[in-house]
Design a protein around this ligand. Structure first.
Ligand SMILES: C[S@@+](CC[C@H](N)C(=O)[O-])C[C@H]1O[C@@H](n2cnc3c(N)ncnc32)[C@H](O)[C@@H]1O
Length: 214
């Protein structure tokens, strides 16, 4: 089975318990809610905006985005795993959201709509070996002055790096191995976006990268 099918298999298995499992990472000192909020703030959204989330999973970011874009705005959540999207669909139904649509697709194969106001991904884009192509496609689809934001995991270069084996132990059920955290998608943001910024958190194991289209 290739690595992509392993990832889909893992997320199919854990989809129903994903929201709960994410809470468990708090025990490892990861305040993921804080970084989700920062990621969405960095999109600099306005009411009525159209936003694409790459690897949206169960839709844990949707309410944060909807707070910014209102009922006039639109979210397009793209994910490859059917069972994760089933959970996202349940969330949409339970909340009565009418402006969130889901697309089951490998993000490497996704055609962005034109004139998007924001694109983001939290803990997902590095699963895609073709992330550079995805980021270039996102850049081209964004309106001028709009942002592409990635929040993802990386190798820590600081003292916390001694915890790397622990991190790998807890992320391995989700198919996120050493290659995942060695991946540096922020470099593609820096390559395709003249204006960009980078920050780290969680002892250097997490980064948020922002590209603003000129
Ligand atoms: C760790 S979850 C993150 C979900 C959500 N963004 C969050 O922050 O809770 C990773 C998601 O990426 C999706 N994914 C992995 N590879 C993908 C690909 N090539 N195309 C689309 N989705 C992908 C998985 O199905 C999974 O739902």
């Amino acid at each position: 089975m290739d690595s992509q099918n392993l990832v889909i298999k893992a997320y199919r298995k854990y989809a129903e318990n994903y929201d709960l499992a994410v809470k468990f990472y708090r025990l490892l000192g990861l305040q993921i809610g804080k970084y989700r909020k920062r990621t969405i703030d960095l999109l600099e959204l306005s009411k009525g905006d159209t936003v694409v989330e790459l690897g949206c999973g169960t839709g844990l970011n949707f309410s944060l985005v909807l707070d910014k874009i209102g009922t006039q705005g639109r979210i397009i959540g793209v994910d490859i795993t059917d069972k994760m999207l089933d959970q996202a669909q349940n969330r949409i139904k339970e909340n009565g959201w009418e402006n969130v649509e889901l697309v089951q697709r490998d993000i490497a194969e996704y055609d962005f709509p034109d004139n998007v106001d924001g694109i983001f991904s939290t803990g997902a884009i590095q699963y895609c070996v073709e992330y550079d192509k995805v980021i270039k496609g996102g850049h081209d689809a964004l309106k001028k002055g709009k942002n592409f934001v990635i929040m993802d995991f990386k190798m820590s270069q600081g003292p916390a790096r001694i915890f790397t084996p622990l991190l790998l132990y807890f992320t391995s059920p989700f198919g996120a191995d050493i290659e995942y955290i060695k991946c540096s998608a922020w470099k593609s943001i820096e390559k395709h976006f003249e204006k960009n910024s980078y920050q780290e958190g969680w002892g250097g194991f997490l980064y948020i990268s922002v590209g603003k289209k000129s």
